[in-house]
Design a protein around this ligand. Sequence first.
Ligand code: CO
Length: 254
Amino acid sequence: MAVTIKSEREIELMRESCRILAQVHEQLGEAIKPGISTWDIDALGEKLIRSYGCIPNFLNYNGYPASICVSVNDEVVHGIPSRERILVEGDIVSLDAGLIYKGYHSDAARTYPVGKVSKDAAALIEVTRQSFFEGIKYARAGNHLYDISNAIDAYCSSFGYGVVRDLVGHGIGTSLHEEPQIPNFKQWRRGIKLRPGMTLAIEPMINMGGCDVEWLEDDWTVVTQDGSLSAHYENTVLITEGAPEILTLLPDQK
Ligand code: CO
């Protein structure tokens, strides 16, 4: 399927889908404390999504068994919630969530500190978040995809972090994953030209150590090969005639 350009009506539906997801993330973030299990985070997330009359889009996606991906410490993405996995002070936890509202998908991720974390862990979370904003400076009509990828990579690499290469961002709309793929690492090909009406999930996954990752036996959980910490930050954004609209951030969120 080709890259889709959303109509004004579709953009309104995307906005609403994403606004609801931003609220879900806000409420999930407030629940992150030492002692909560990753299972309870997922249960809360599913309950919140359904309370807004929406459908969790990750649940059963290619067999994924939960609504929220909860990835702790060296887990990069797609951690599977478990009653046995209890968060403890000093952990960092990435929550990746998505939902469907009237047929339109939203997708966003945040990494949180659990209680007080090391300076290094806090810096990784902040640089990962900031790298998204470095990337979307270039998310403008007329630019090419690689302008975003290269900005994210340059920023994270300047801190000595590893930019994950095996997983990428993506277009989003009536499917969770649409074209194009959006790498977070240095590209030599320009990729497509950005046009108003494109909706893109831009999602840097950044390791404190090397960029290499591997899959656990569950076939879902992606971990860093060197055991270093990893952070994830993702928003669904709309390309416009001017500055991009970050659809999964509420006005007071950063
Ligand atoms: Co995504």
